[in-house]
Design a protein around this ligand. Structure first.
Ligand SMILES: Cc1ncc(COP(=O)(O)O)c(C=O)c1O
Length: 433
């Protein structure tokens, strides 16, 4: 369930017409629904309630401070992957003890920053990284906690190769055999306490089954380590819980929980902490990207709908071959979509290439997409744009980033202004003075 609905053919975000928002802040613009964000967060929390987990929202999916604050106020922790995200978590008022820091390439400066902020856990990706963080913690006279990222060698067949992380042949984590040696070598370090495990098998993971396989391996490792005198106090099972890009429906958090919770009951009862790192499942269907059609152009047999946004603001179709629902926001000859789906089954649709202004053939939002008649000046919405949209946006072709708007009932707040041309060159230094 999300709060983007059509009423008499007009798209509303909660109780605000999309067209009014476009009028107020211009296009392109990211629009988020507060009710949807909170609904997704609370539904996930409630589904996993038997484990009372630490939920660490994955900042990288949608990192606007207003959204982080919303979640931090709910008691949500944060999953970070850079010094910049550590600072975002702090600025959002997150409880830094509920911050997990992942990533294979943490720099010394980032590590010092995170230790200084008193974060909960470093997710450890390699032996060299362990030694470095331990040495920095020692120098600073601090004790940090480490969760060894294990690579359980499982994957979801539907997950794109570029976002599969749980296979042996990725740069992430260490395999189970190496994990055993890891604990033998570093399990007693006094400055970086290696007392947790982390895994993240990729995203989006469309079914609970790969988690079951991965968590089962992790639990077996925890038992094995226990027999060797090493107590694992926290297990972070990562993110990747899917968002339904085709229908916009909330994923069934309960189906993930039903499969995963029983595997971790004993661990929880034994005093263990379970951590989850959801991103897209909270944010993806809580946001749309509004775009104005600039031109319609025929190219051979193809009809191009040329928009004022593209791969520089929503790179998922180009990067991951991702499918996002695109539809007009205002009533037209084809009215409102009966549903969001790949096959619309309506009369009067024509196949279109929905493309952006960037000088790349790979700059598109949708290919071969059945759409109702569309004219220059029409307002379109790219659905499922709340996650990995703005947070992956670039300035390619010296394009300003769009504004972000948070809707709450019949009110909206600008939570990031549109960038200006001056913003785009603000960090550059003209050597001629
Ligand atoms: C370590 C880690 N945790 C969590 C996430 C969040 O994934 P998702 O947004 O699909 O839940 C990612 C995404 O790349 C990740 O790398």
């Amino acid at each position: 369930m999300d709060h983007f609905t059509y009423r008499d053919g007009r798209l509303f975000c909660e109780d605000v017409p999309a067209a009014d928002l476009a009028q107020a802040v211009g296009t392109p613009a990211f629009v988020y629904s507060k009710a949807t964000l909170l609904h997704h967060y609370r539904a996930l929390r409630d589904a996993f309630a038997p484990l009372d987990p630490v939920l660490c929202y994955s900042i990288k999916s949608c990192s606007n401070l207003a959204i982080l604050r919303l979640l931090a106020d709910e008691g949500c922790g944060m999953d970070v992957v850079s010094g910049g995200e550590v600072c975002r978590a702090r600025a959002a008022g997150a409880d830094m003890r509920k911050v997990v820091y992942a990533g294979v390439g943490k720099t010394d400066a980032e590590i010092e920053l995170a230790i200084g902020e008193g974060i909960g856990w470093f997710n450890i990706e390699s032996e060299q990284e362990f030694e470095n963080i331990a040495a920095i913690a020692k120098r600073l006279g601090r004790t940090a906690h480490g969760a060894l990222r294990i690579n359980p060698d499982v994957a979801d067949a539907r997950t794109h190769a570029k976002t599969t992380t749980g296979k042996k042949e990725t740069k992430f984590g260490v395999d189970i055999e190496r994990a055993r040696r890891f604990f033998k070598a570093y399990g007693k370090d006094p400055h970086l306490r290696l007392d947790a495990l982390h895994l993240h098998i990729g995203s989006p993971i469309y079914s609970p089954e790969p988690y079951v396989r991965a968590v089962t391996k992790a639990v077996a490792l925890i038992d094995e380590l226990k027999h060797e005198g090493i107590t694992i106090t926290a297990l972070d099972i990562g993110g990747g819980y899917a968002a339904d890009y085709e229908t916009g429906a909330s994923p069934s958090f309960q189906s993930y929980a039903d499969a995963i919770v029983p595997l971790l009951g004993d661990f929880k009862r034994g005093g263990g902490t379970v951590i989850l790192e959801p991103g897209r499942t909270i944010a993806a269907n809580a946001g749309v990207l509004l775009t104005r059609v600039q031109y319609i152009k025929q190219g051979g047999t193809k009809k191009f709908v040329i928009c004022d946004t593209g791969m520089h603001h929503m790179i998922r179709p180009t990067l991951y071959d991702a499918w996002q629902f695109v539809w007009p926001c205002e009533p037209g000859p084809a009215f409102a979509p009966p549903r969001r789906a790949k096959e619309m089954g309506m009369d009067g649709l024509a196949l279109c290439e929905v493309v952006g202004p960037i000088c790349e053939t790979g700059d598109y939002l949708a290919l071969d997409r059945p759409l109702p008649p569309i004219a220059r000046g029409d307002l379109l919405a790219v659905f499922g744009a709340g996650a990995y949209g703005m947070s992956m946006a670039s300035h390619y072709n010296t394009m300003p980033k769009p504004p972000e708007v948070l809707v709450d009932g019949d009110r909206y707040t600008l939570i990031r202004r549109r960038e200006t041309y001056d913003d785009l060159v603000a960090a550059e230094i003209d050597p001629t003075g």
